[in-house]
Write a protein that binds this ligand. Sequence first.
Ligand code: BGC
Length: 778
Amino acid sequence: NTAGWSPVRVVDLPMPTFDPIRTRLPARMLRNEFELKAPVRRAIAYVSGVGVHELSLNGQRVGDAVLAPNLSNYDARVYYQTHDVSQHLQAGLNAIGVHLGNGRYFSPRHYIPGTRTFGYPKLLLQLEVEFQDGTRQTILSDETWKITSDGPIRLNNEYDGEEYDARMELTGWNRPNFSDTSWKSVELVPAPSGRLSAHGNEPIRIIQELKPVKISQPRPGTYVFDMGQNMVGWCQLHVSGPQGTRIQLRHSETLRDNGMLYTDNLRSARATDTYVLSGTGNESYHPRFTYHGFRYVELTGFPGTPTLSTIAGQVVHDALDEHADFTTSNELLNRIHKNVLWGTKGNYRSIPTDCPQRDERQGWLGDRSAESKGETFLFNVGAFYGKWIADIEDSQSKKGAVDDVAPDYWNFYSDNVTWPATFILVAAAMHEQYGDCRIIQDHYPAMKRWIDHMTTYLKDDLMPRDQYGDWCVPPESLTLIRSRDPKRQTAAEVLGTTYFFHLLGLMSRFATIAGSPNDKKEFDSLASRMNAAFNAKYFHPDTNTYSNGSQTSSILPLAFGMVPESHKQGVANALAQNIREKTNSHIGTGLIGTQWMMRTLSSNGYSDLAYTIAAQKTYPSWGYMISRGATTIWELWNGDTADPTMNSRNHLMLVGGLITWFYENLAGIRTDPDSPGFKHSIIQPTVVGDLRFVRASHDSPHGKITTAWEFASNRFSLNLSVPVNTTATVYVPAKNAQGVRESGRKVRHSAGVRFSRMEKGAAVYEVGSGNYAFTSLL
Ligand code: BGC
């Protein structure tokens, strides 16, 4: 709701003080005082301070959001936050204060070609006050405000950190009767051209505090704290000492052999916070307008000897409901799940970032393609991804191209298929998991524009456009970032064509949801022509392989239903053989193949092989990362040995479809795509390998679905809970239906349970809501 805004009242203070490499700008402080003639009934503040802001009234901070507002392409959209500030105001004189940082509005880097920066930070604020007698008053960010950049935050840069000089604190600046005569008058400037939009997604908050687990002193006066976890946020520092003492906190993900920080993989990001003591006693500080991805913190300049209580790690991310709940008898799988959970939360920054530590932190589309569906099992990401889809549409060019990063802070309009595909894949995942049609309805025209634009590249019904390949396959040498071996790579046209085919299928479904049924035929007929052209050119029926025989070149046609029916099992068998023989039942895929591999193996009868891959401890595997001390998921399978120039220790792209497979296949909790949002669930647990039990739950839009299964000798048991107003089809692994019991009785005596059929080693039942305890013999 943007009614009543006056978009020209934006205040700004130009101050050109940045070095050509890293932008340096002190935070601005803006203030105003105003009289309220009577007691307040209700007051609402609408505030948009870009890049990042913190609002206070009468000396008190308003709300607990940090790094607000949402990131966006400010030329297309500017977010504001709304606060109920009734409790903060009083009759008589009041003061309002806003701290304004750079965020991505005044970009942390101006030198990278194609980097977008928008100008100096700006503020737009409107305070609507309703008095007890029903009359109203509006306070606006207008020309009566004052501004200074002589406050304590001397530098704020998301990559480089914050410098805070406590000697420069302006005590009382956000209270009435503060003398601001040395402050400048604000300048009214044109608003950013983006549409003002309300924050519809959760704000970013400090969610959790971690205590360091260890301190070491690799050099005299240099202390290194180990937080025990690769985390994202910042440190709260507690210190007392002489005025002017300068303390530095540097952050890194790993250490060198000599115990000092290893920061090569941060590239140009300094990730350094500096605090200068005021000397007034016990001081405590955490930065406001930066954040870091780190496990280790180096403290220098500390007066005295620090203890484990000197710093605390504050974990900062979007305040999404977390409901990750997945435990198995295999400790390694539990640990992988935990690492993914930490990596996922650390990369929520009102957009899904690629990584939180180096000079990047962009919303790279490809990283979240099918992976995003798995996130729905960990957090409630409905509103979050709805917002990001809008960022993607905001990046769309006039001719329909979509940037590979959203918001489009970097110019990567490469017109490939696999990265922008996320626009459609995420919308499909949100529809499937939450039953959310609105994202599709709102963005369908833009999606269609992109499809139409890409269609112009088709040659003989094949799609040659690709940019990144099967990004980050395990390379032939342990020090390489990207493989140069053509056998490990999947051909551009294979990636482009299979993905485009799959997207056309989704668009065909979307056409109905969006009320454009006529488009459906067009998508369907193009898809079937592409399928035919693809099989004609790339399928080798004699060997049941595609193209050069890479694993990904078989995974994609299997996952998307492109393989001729009579060859489906043959292609799956050949893929399994390839995985066993060529990569020794280890990962042989990169970003693209890994998104689909696990579920594709399971749905073609190879759950055992999928489990073997998931449970590997040797290179390359998720377990290998853990054996090398990882507490998140790496960007590279060979992250511990590869070149540092592109080597983050907290990326999500290689998670691929793993989390979805954990919940959908191992725990067996899946929505029926024809009854999305778990209105009807498919409960189909997989007994596999040496797994003895799996316990999981999912907070669906209709309520919590729980499965807990156990398997010992030949006995299987499944405790299941199905939420009210929903139904489920349950697959109980069993030799035959006669041996199946529910709550100890024959199933036919169980209310609400109806036997349907035997299918592939399972007795299948239709059930209504309720709790069930199935047992069977295998
Ligand atoms: C990012 C990736 C991204 C890739 C694409 C990298 O620098 O960190 O996650 O998808 O570039 O080129």
